[in-house]
Design a protein around this ligand. Structure first.
Ligand SMILES: Cc1cc2nc3c(=O)[nH]c(=O)nc-3n(C[C@H](O)[C@H](O)[C@H](O)COP(=O)(O)OP(=O)(O)OC[C@H]3O[C@@H](n4cnc5c(N)ncnc54)[C@H](O)[C@@H]3O)c2cc1C
Ligand code: SF4
Length: 329
């Protein structure tokens, strides 16, 4: 059956108002943006929605503009290439530009949107192959058994499901304390990044706060970290076309050679982007250097509970935290 999609009714609204009306009429409709995650699901026939609403042609959801506080607003259907190539993003939030650049391949970045990137589902191979696990409504986790393939899975925050967040831009946006604007039942809500990405203990069937029928309209990055020192690094099995084994994003402010403020986030170690608050508290007020790096290495992975085949993520995470701090020296 692979590569043969099921039949569905496709709507291509040209306005947000029309999209809202269609979604109101079809409670189980699937939102399609660039389709780079969705079409995989459809081709494998693991998800077969009867109605698909393609939002890529709605002008209000697209583009990058400056905000009064020095921040930026990025429409949900802005492509990853547009994010990566934007001078505004590169000059103010280079960590996000780098994260967008490190997603998948040029073809996928040309089509894939930032809204789709942060809303995409997990890459756990059991779940994506249609195994009836907890996340799919079943009563077991196939990735958390002694012989399971779990080298890509979580070190933290496990609650039945051990899948991790797959999105590269989510890590940078969380470090930059972005706010997600969601249209729900006719009204708009602003959701902080720390609340937008949700773990299995909150709802095992979703990776984000988006509920059926919700439209992610755009993402606002406040001016707080604009122009600060920023860092993004991703380690994957391949340099391109691959998801992170661990990635890291950091924004920091320096005063007289010392770190005055910092936000550091790791991805692919938990179901949600993991803010490294222990590292942040440790380094605030300190000068980067060998001594600080040794301490950072000690605390970065504190609390990690590895599975059978993902122990390697612990030193990876520690070394990425050290390299981020070293970039400030
Ligand atoms: C080979 C391959 C490699 C990849 N590698 C990476 C990688 O390295 N890093 C990475 O981060 N990702 C990767 N991806 C995942 C993903 O396809 C892309 O990141 C892409 O950005 C998804 O965006 P899209 O617009 O195509 O999403 P779509 O497939 O259109 O949507 C994805 C999900 O988000 C929902 N959605 C989309 N937009 C909205 C909206 N505005 N409001 C509400 N819901 C919405 C859809 O309903 C769907 O559930 C890869 C994908 C492939 C196929
Ligand atoms: S890790 Fe989560 S998604 Fe994967 S098999 Fe276990 S419950 Fe399912």
């Amino acid at each position: 059956m692979t590569d043969v999609m099921h039949n569905f009714e496709l709507f291509q609204p040209a306005t947000l108002e029309d999209a809202r009306a269609i979604l109101g009429d079809h409670q189980d409709a699937w939102i399609l943006a660039g389709g780079m995650d969705s079409l995989d699901w459809f081709k494998h026939r693991v998800k077969m929605p009867a109605v698909v609403v393609d939002i890529a042609g709605i002008p209000d959801l697209h583009g990058i503009r400056e905000e009064d506080d020095g921040g930026l607003w990025i429409g949900a259907t802005t492509t990853l290439t547009e994010v990566n190539e934007s001078e505004l993003v590169k000059s103010r939030f280079p960590a996000l530009a780098q994260a967008a650049l490190h997603v998948a391949s040029p073809q996928i970045r040309n089509k894939g949107t930032i809204g789709g990137n942060v809303s995409q589902d997990t890459r756990c191979p059991y779940y994506r192959d249609g195994f009836p696990c907890y996340r799919a409504g079943g009563n077991t986790c196939y990735a958390n058994t002694p012989t399971a393939m779990n080298r890509e899975h979580a070190l933290f925050g496990v609650s039945r499901c051990v899948a991790v967040t797959p999105s590269d831009t989510a890590i940078a946006l969380t470090a930059l304390e972005a706010v997600f604007t969601v249209e729900r039942a006719g009204s708009r809500q602003d959701i902080l990044a720390s609340d937008f990405f949700i773990g299995p203990a909150i709802d095992i069937t979703r990776m984000t706060a988006l509920e059926p029928g919700d439209i992610l309209v755009g993402i606002r990055i406040p001016g707080k970290w604009a122009g600060s020192r920023q860092y993004f690094e991703k380690v994957a099995d391949r340099q391109t076309w691959d998801f992170a084994l661990v990635n890291i994003a950091m924004a920091a402010k320096m005063e007289n050679g010392a770190i005055s403020d910092i936000s550091m986030v790791c991805g692919a170690v938990e179901c949600t982007p993991r803010r490294l608050t222990d590292v942040e508290s440790l380094v605030r007020g300190e000068k980067p250097g060998q001594e600080l790096e040794t301490l950072v290495k000690r605390v970065a992975s504190r609390g990690a509970e590895p599975l059978n085949f993902n122990h390697f993520k612990i030193p990876l995470m520690e070394n990425l935290a050290v390299r981020a701090i070293r970039s400030l020296a």
